[in-house]
Design a protein around this ligand. Structure first.
Ligand code: HEM
Length: 395
């Protein structure tokens, strides 16, 4: 009899309590996915890495199943199609072509050039927050706009278009909208990105999308797919790390002290928060392309395996006393960015945003604290990316 994925949390930062009841970490467990598919679940660090590094498992969206039912925006995600350029849902060698092109543009130099812009964006949002409160909801004031504006920089979205861009991309992340509204937001953004690609082809800027659009290496559809992937992969994740990370740090003096310490302390605290919070909390899944023997179980071709990142990142064999956030451990080899050929392309950018964001937030508001009891902070149990819907804070 297959289990369904436990999703109810008894503590805002820990994986669902049902994880312990699944028993032995050293073997795959049967798991029933939301559409009834009977696949597998792996919860240990070693098995999660083994699945994600194994080319016999496919990342193609069409072959995947979702462990939980979610509102659908257009036909993206597990079971949906893979649009041109949306390489997170492709396998090598198709995936390799895009990944190489992108890696060549996601350079240290381009990231360094973004640093002063990120510092300026963070500073402007903190000014707006100071003017609006206290109290304020940190999510719309800080956590959502910072990554959205950074993606605008990366993609070369002109200033005049940024309000519309931010509004549509925020609509993508909301739960209280119908499938139709979410689909309309996806289509609106895709149309916008198509216009942008055309404009940047005619008048290139310094941004990453202009660089990719130069020449005829990529079709217009592929460029739109890449831009859209960067937006969906980089916005919700970073936003939830900022908001949930703030919530966690406000209750953990060691984390707060690290965020007020040296650049190394801040980097270590960010790494440990990535491990501890593992916000990609229903991820990530792969589908066997052929029969695979895994820790004594036969995974049959076509069966989907969930490499459950929140469980793997709390594996006591890899991380002693895993339920304690300890900045000194610096996350050491966590899987919050995945593993293998699809390991997060934007991880250096995400780290930069989180380091700059947390440092500036806690420096600007030394007395920052929750404006409601911790139990009243609404949690995103049911969203693809875990976090908080709102974070009322005061200072
Ligand atoms: C804290 C923030 C972030 C987290 C936790 C995160 C997490 C992840 C994870 C777990 C994967 C692997 C998915 C899989 O194996 O199926 C991934 C892939 C990816 N991420 Fe991130 N991400 C973050 C921020 C970003 C940012 C800022 C960007 C870019 C602007 C980005 C772009 C991507 C892309 C393009 C992929 C697909 C890579 C590929 O398929 O080769 N991510 N991310």
């Amino acid at each position: 009899m297959a289990d369904v994925l436990p999703t109810t949390r008894h503590h805002p930062f820990d994986p669902p309590a049902g994880l312990a009841a699944l028993g032995d970490r050293d073997t795959p467990h049967r798991l029933r996915f939301a559409d009834g598919h009977e696949g597998w679940l792996v919860t240990s660090y070693a098995l999660a890495r083994a699945v994600l590094a194994d080319p016999r498992f496919s990342a193609r969206s069409e072959l995947r199943h979702s462990p939980v039912r979610r509102p659908r925006a257009d036909d993206l995600g597990p079971g949906g199609r893979t649009p041109p350029g949306f390489f997170i849902g492709m396998d090598p060698p198709e995936h390799t072509r895009f990944r190489r092109l992108l890696a060549g543009e996601f350079t240290v130099r381009r990231m360094d050039r973004l640093r002063p812009r990120i510092e300026a964006i963070v500073g402007e949002r903190l000014d707006a927050m100071a003017a609006a409160g206290p109290p304020v909801d940190l999510v719309p004031e800080f956590a959502l706009p910072v990554p959205s504006l950074v993606i605008c920089e990366l993609l070369g979205v002109p200033y005049a278009d940024r309000d519309r861009f931010q509004r549509d991309s925020a609509a993508l992340l909301r739960l209280d909208v119908t499938d139709e509204v979410a689909t309309a937001a996806v289509r609106g953004l895709r149309e916008y990105l198509r216009d942008l690609v055309r404009r940047l082809r005619a008048e290139p800027g310094e941004d990453l999308l202009s660089a990719l659009a130069a020449g005829d290496r990529l079709t217009e559809d592929e460029l739109v797919g890449i831009a859209f992937l960067l937006l969906v992969a980089g916005h919700e994740t970073t936003a939830n790390m900022l908001a949930l990370g703030t919530f966690a740090a406000l209750g953990e003096p060691d984390l707060l002290a690290a965020f007020r310490g040296s650049a190394e302390d801040v980097a270590a605290a960010v790494e440990e928060l990535l491990r501890y919070l593992s916000i990609v909390h229903f991820g990530v899944s792969r589908t066997a392309k052929e029969d695979v023997e895994l820790a004594g179980q036969r995974i049959r071709a076509g069966e989907c395996v969930l490499a459950w990142l929140p469980a793997a990142n709390r594996d006591p064999e890899r991380f002693p006393d895993p339920d304690r956030p300890e900045p000194a451990r610096a996350g050491a080899g966590h899987l919050a960015f995945g593993h293998g050929v699809h390991q997060c392309l934007g991880q250096q950018l995400a780290r930069m945003e989180l380091r700059i964001g947390f440092t500036a937030l806690f420096a600007r508001f030394p007395g920052l604290r929750l404006a409601v009891p911790a139990e009243e902070v609404p949690l995103r149990h049911d969203m693809g990316v875990y976090g908080v819907h709102r974070l009322p804070v005061t200072w």
